[in-house]
Design a protein. Sequence first.
Lengths: 667, 532
Amino acid sequence: MDLDLTASLIIATPLAGFLLNGLAGLFFPSYRKLKTVIGSIATLAVAIPFLLVVNVFLQTTPDAGAQVVRLFTWIQAGDFTSEFAYRFDQLSLIMGMVVTGVGSLIHIYSMGYMKDDEGYYKFFAYLNLFIFMMMNLVMGNNLLLLFLGWEGVGVSSYLLIGFWYQDQEKAAAGMKAFVYNRVGDFAFLIAMFMTFQTIGSLDFDVIINNLDKIPGDYKFWIAFLMFVGATGKSAQLPLFVWLPDAMAGPTPVSALIHAATMVTSGIYLIARMSFLYVFVPEVMIIVAVVGAVTAIVAASIAITQQDIKKVLAYSTVSQLGYMFLALGSGGFIAAIFHVVTHAFFKACLFLGSGSVIHAMHHVEHELHHHGKHAHFDPQDMRFMGGLRKYMPSTYITFLVATIAIAGIPPLAGFFSKDEILAFVFNASNVVEGASALYIALWGIGIVTALMTAFYMFRLTFTTFHGEFKLPKKVKGAEDSEKYLHESPITMTLPLWVLGILSLVGGFMGIPDFIVHHGNWLHHWLEGVTAHFEFNLSHSMEWILLSVSVVIAVTGVSIAYFMYFKGDPDTSDAAVAKRFGSFYQVWSEKYRLDEFYEGYIANPVVRFSDKVLAVFDMKVVDGFVNLVAGIVRLSGSLLRYVQTGLTSSYAFMLVLGVVLVIGIIVFS
Amino acid sequence: MDTLLNLTIFLPILGLLGVLVVRNENLVKWISLVVTTATFIISLPLMLNFNSASSETAQFVFESGSWLPGLDVKYIVGLDGLSLLLFMLTTFIGPIVVISAWHSVEKHVTGFYAMLLILETASLGVFASLDLFMFYIFFELSLIPMYFLIGIWGGKGRIEATLKFFIYTLVGSLIMLVALIYLGYDAGNVVNGGVFTTDWRLLSSSAYMIDLGVQTYLFFAFALAFCIKVPLFPFHTWLPYAHTEAPTAGSVVLAAIMLKMGTYGLLRVLLPIFPNATYEFAPYFGVLAVIGIIYGALVAMVQKDVKKLVAYSSVSHLGFVVLGVFALNTVAIQGAILQMVNHGLSTGALFLIVGMIYDRRHTRMISDFGGISSVMPVFAVMFMIATMASIGLPGLNGFVGEFLILNGSFQSEALNSSWFTIISTSGVILAAVYMLWMFRRVMFGSVVHEANKSLVDLNAREIGLLVPLMLAMFWIGFYPSAFTKYSEKQVNVLLQESIIKKEKTVQVFSAQSTDWVKNVYELSENLEVSEK
């Protein structure tokens, strides 16, 4: 098929799905009941672009140049031009396949998960809108079109986090996400202004080919500000606090937007601009440090969480930190590799948690139905346990994804994580004057890997092993295990697909030193991304790989003894006791939210309310009134010249004007 | 075509005769609707036949003979790149405003629609005038109907609000009148054989240069009038009063059209006629614009009345426009022109939306709402789109204007500091905060107030008047080049000519300048050269 048509269809199909379901649902209440139709249309609107992207992918060779489809001019003013132009190259194809592929699966899953929701049509309309915006982000040929998608996914995210808007807290979470993202977008905008100022264009090809036109300090600021933009969208320090709150949205949304795709946009952006980043090692170091610190900070919080989705949310922040660590170490391809494998296993984990929550909700519903007033949080894993017996598909797929994220060979996460750590270690040889720093970052990466294996298996064991704890812990929930059941096929099918991908997904990047030319992904992306020179010896690589494996196995083992053999509650208490005040800090999430609220948001609101708004009324407007008052006062002194006749006033007015003119003209 | 232009301008006034003749109030509404719709329709050929390739010169020009004895004051109208979009915006908003008042205005119906029709002709006249004296007359004429719209059909504090609005803007424009008369005589001496003239084409031509000292006085006299009208911080305090008291239709016209007369004046008058002063003082106006952007946003954030919030958001949005104008390069000015239209569409829509909820609940206090989304889903969608347009979301109109203004001002030589842009850009964060916070408190959550539970969603009339605005927002958002092409050429030419004129003026007048002028315009080096 002609590439112009392909590009148009890839972009237009999800948009059409959004408009069709959204408008029909809004204006025709009877349409809202046709749930199968709505769900199928929405799923097709993602599946069709998936097939189209795959088709282009199959016709593309690793050394093929980028193909650009220009649809029409978007903004044109003076010497600034930006087009609706879409780019097919090795990087955009990979991202496009992940977005639409995982997207399709999650659409199918949602048909089951959202079955009983009254906002069904709206949900699918928003999901399609998200896909449309996300495709603009990854396929756009210039920074501004990327930014359209960037902010567009932000709005979809805002709408979907606050999907159950009747709950003010959920609505607030949506707003929080949007505002924190805007802080990043502010920096991104400035980066674009600087790029345009020095290069005169925002097209990727033009930028990459004219990097020498950017003066050194501008290179630093552009790269730095784009990274600040990325910390907003991809939930890194200091802006990550919106992501855990974003779990207020329906679980498929958490899987699609807040784990697999949108939050990796920042990584995509930096990989896309990698040729710029390799010129500014200072920024590379900042990226690596922020990534590593975020990874370990989020992992430490994840250990303390009891909400199944919150654990996964902090885990996502941590894994995104890992990806930034990779970017900052020159492993741009390793970062994209982790984006892809993370999309598989984290989507699987979130959807699995959704399946669990779905089941727990059902239990609550049935209990209420049978007149028992049992109240509990269906997302709290302390009430779960033993679910593997009742939900085998969910369990097996969840377990596979957990092994994958823990970094056990040969599952998906192992290969990508190992490649990242190898690049971090390698950076200590490559980046001048920062070798100790990168070794330290590698250490942080290793510790984080240990923690990841630990908290993920803690989650899996607590949820699926042992015995079902709800009946014992909650009054009125006796015998509630009989209400547990596996989710319908629309939900388990995507789980299986993602589970299998988590199992084998890593084989796209088997290290070359193990299998000659085994790292397909690396060779596929070599032409479109920059990378640091890689000069580790094979024996060194083997050592690093062994360390990764040992660390992962250690983490799993600790979790096994504490949460499989032992009782989760006592083990949590033991961890808390062992780490003392550290644990306190972790469970309070480092009090970042409190800091932002107490030291930034509240003071600004208070200042605006108590100072600015008063200043506006009393001082600015007061001055205007004062002038008016003086005029009125002098008027009352001149009262005796007032005749009360309109005509004489008019005469005076004209006289005054003429007088003034006279003075000016004849002086 | 010039006949069509005249017809477009005066059709609303002709309709006024019909409105005054009939006794039936319903008929009054229908006549107004037909007249404003017809005005819009007959204005379309003007846009379609507008030659954007030669947009630096006015098209469809109609020129009368002199109508003031002894003075060369003529009725000259025409459309060029600067005015076309605003002219079209005015005819487009006309019928929407008429429909918006259909059921909301009950007293003195005839008078109300008469005022709207006068206002439309006055506004069209402002944008189409190519003679500054006519510009001034239309500019003042537009004040009178707005004075009555607020004063008669407004809220509780309407008298105070309308007096403040009227006197404040009148003070500004009387000073402008003085300057205009001086300008007319001066220009007459220089380029019109000693006969008073206010023909914009003569005033803006490079043949007419003004002594730097005099130019400075005149510049500030005009600038003051326009800045009050915009309104630029710190001249903005009349605006929140006027908006909160004005009826919906009045607020829409005020926000969408009348404020634009100020920003339009900055471009139409200041840059081409007083180029030296414009370039010299651009950073000062930039500072006020930046303060306005941030200050307006912060004060908007803490408002308890939705309408007042939108009013303060206008202070912020128009700060962007002023920044764009004084950045003095093509990208920024193109952005500013587009942003004038954008602000008209999105703020106009927001005022309509606030009016719709006010019609139902007779309150605009944020705390009286909550959870409206669940009772009024269609309303929620419209409100969300307008909110996002106001926030500047890419894909909607507001983004394009803001982006061009900020991108242009970042490269601006006249402002000569990237801090203007950097601080202003932080306005995008604040805009998200104040709009979404308001939206959340009004629309989200559960319905707590009993009175809100029985709210009825928008009817066909209300949907019908919002949909055109929404479509325009998306159209500009995705295909703005269809609009920016009209002004591109003229903005380029205007900037080039103003630089030439500026430099020529310095050469001609620097020797005879007084000391303070030399200081302000940094002429000392030139002087040394000429002494040698």
